[in-house]
Design a protein around this ligand. Structure first.
Ligand code: SF4
Length: 86
């Protein structure tokens, strides 16, 4: 299981979540070359330890445990995972 970043992050990319993630599995960070071109931030589901820290700091309520992602954003589970399969 993992957490997923959904639609509300698109165009926002606040990065509060990046600061609090204990395993650094949210990318791109502001220091990475692809930050400006990324539509949103993404969680690496393989590395995520399900701690929930990112969810509580997100200013736009974009982050959910996979089993609680709202139906209209379920596709973002794959969107997050695919970012790390490139
Ligand atoms: Fe990182 Fe925890 Fe959020 Fe997973 S749930 S992305 S480990 S802060």
């Amino acid at each position: 299981m993992a957490y997923t970043i959904a639609q509300p992050c698109v165009g926002v990319k606040d990065t509060a979540c990046v600061e609090v993630c204990p395993v650094e599995c949210i990318h791109p960070t502001k220091n990475e070359a692809n930050f400006s071109s990324a539509e949103q931030l993404y969680i690496d589901p393989v590395t995520c330890i399900d701690c929930g820290a990112c969810q509580s700091v997100c200013p736009v309520t974009a982050i959910y445990p996979n089993e609680q992602v709202p139906d209209q954003w379920k596709n973002f589970i794959d969107v997050n995972a695919k970012f790390y399969q490139k």
